[in-house]
Design a protein around this ligand. Sequence first.
Ligand SMILES: [Zn+2]
Length: 83
Amino acid sequence: MAAFTCAKCYRRFTPTPEALQAALVAAQGQKHALVMCPHCGKGNKTALERIKQALRFSPQPAAAEPDHVGEMTGSEPEKETNP
Ligand SMILES: [Zn+2]
């Protein structure tokens, strides 16, 4: 679990992978990103490395994962196109 502690209200929270991704995107070219605290709604300045680390430990949403392409070969149903 990747838990953050809010610097404003000192409560712990675990941002969703979506929120982390959004923070990363919003921080393009910078070293820190703002991760919103769900308790007080304030942004927490967080190093990008920390966010990437947290993303690695977060369950990934069912998005495109190129690594998994090709794992489903072997048992294809009949694919003949005979009339
Ligand atoms: Zn807070």
